[in-house]
Ligand binder design. Structure first.
Ligand code: SF4
Length: 380
């Protein structure tokens, strides 16, 4: 049964130099037509794959707050009409929001439709780094959006911070962390820069014009991130995520627990009835597929039991608590050790995994070498 919804708004006011998400520069795009197609996709999805309860809704992008006030109202009206009949008290309703693209009126609209968590794309607290990343906002606008959001009554605020950036120093990262914490946020997601193909950074990297920190320097940044955030009471509950107690992202936990979710919008992915589906990414293709076929899928993959168990491990191990042995057995009808005993034993010996009795989880060292651990569970 699906209890989570992801909705994708692919429009951005600017294109960042590192970004390979499914997004388009907003100007001149058929926004209303796109929102109407999302509305159809929501309706048809619920008809074809009914649910009785929705616990989390997450609107990502792109930049959802690039929508103007009218578009935002139209979109949130659609979402509430379709999904609110199934939501219960305690719904976590997150929208990604970029500094510089939010107004008090937009926040008011979000509140009106039940949005209760903002995920703010801050990335860094140095204007030089923001410029290097191609972000279209400055440091003052980060403080402004937090102040506006609090004023509008939002208290569950997450901030994204990046590390491993070109010419970023440890001192700059430490300063960003302290300034984020000073703003009184409840959650931080922090990822190291990955240089992806088809980005400005990829071209610079190929030409030798992207001075990235060494692996050692990046590991030091990650260590500092954990140390400082934990010191401020933001507990690392997943490899890249930190929260005050009770503010962990319930939506993302759905992914890490390998539970099912709807994915609505261009390029969105979904996992329903054991089938992973991918929607068409380009806007025109997304809309014409809905018009012609009813659904925008370009890929459908029914997972085998083996694949599901692998995913359960490498997604679940991202969380500090790890994979629950009892849940694994309930879901797959067999103890985790009977499927992955060899891998677990090997990784426990290497001190990258630990067996707590109830869970299999990463050790402190394992958190730094996650990829080495996850690979062991692929294609057993
Ligand atoms: S705002 Fe977000 S989605 Fe848009 S280009 Fe930048 S990183 Fe990508």
């Amino acid at each position: 049964m699906v209890n989570a919804v992801y909705l994708h708004i692919p429009f951005c006011d600017y294109i960042c130099h590192y970004c390979d998400f499914n997004k388009v520069f907003m100007q001149g795009q058929p926004v209303i037509e796109y929102l109407e197609h999302m509305d159809s996709e929501m309706e048809r999805t619920l008809e074809r794959f009914p649910t009785s309860s929705i616990n989390t809704i997450f609107v990502g992008g792109g930049t959802p707050t690039a929508l103007n006030e009218q578009q935002l109202e139209q979109f949130l009206h659609s979402v509430s009409t379709k999904f609110f009949p199934y939501t219960e008290e305690g719904l976590e309703f997150t929208m990604e929001a970029n500094p510089g693209s939010v107004t008090p009126r937009k926040l008011e609209i979000m509140k009106k439709y039940g949005v209760n968590r903002l995920s703010i794309g801050a990335q860094a607290f140095q204007n030089s780094l923001l410029k290097r990343l191609g972000r279209g906002h400055n440091v003052d606008e980060i403080s402004d959006i937090v102040t506006m959001a609090k004023h509008a009554g939002f208290e569950n605020l997450s901030l994204d911070l990046m590390f491993g950036l070109p010419e970023q120093t440890l001192e700059q990262l430490s300063d960003s962390i302290e300034r984020a914490v000073d703003l009184g946020i409840t959650h931080i997601s922090s990822y190291s820069l990955q240089v992806e193909k088809k980005t400005v950074f990829y071209n610079q990297w190929r030409k030798g014009e992207l001075p990235l920190p060494t692996e050692e320097a990046e590991a030091e940044m990650y260590s500092e991130l954990i140390r400082r955030l934990e010191a401020h009471g933001l507990k690392q509950y997943e490899i890249s995520n930190f929260a005050l107690p009770g503010y962990e992202s319930q939506h993302n936990i759905t992914y890490w627990k390998n539970n099912e979710y709807y994915g609505i919008g261009a390029g969105a992915h979904s996992y329903v009835d054991g089938v992973r589906r991918a929607n068409a990414g380009p806007l025109k293709q997304y809309m014409s597929r809905i018009d012609e076929h009813g659904f925008p899928y370009v890929d459908e993959n029914e997972l085998t039991k083996g694949e599901k168990m692998e995913e359960e491990m490498f997604m679940g191990l991202r969380m500090r608590q790890g994979v629950s042995k009892q849940t694994f057995e309930e879901k797959y009808g067999t103890p985790v050790e009977s499927v992955f005993g060899e891998q677990i034993e090997k990784l426990v010996y290497k001190e990258l995994l630990k067996d707590t009795g109830s869970h299999i989880a990463l050790t402190e060292q394992g958190f730094f070498l996650g990829n080495e651990v996850f690979q062991e569970f692929l294609a057993v």
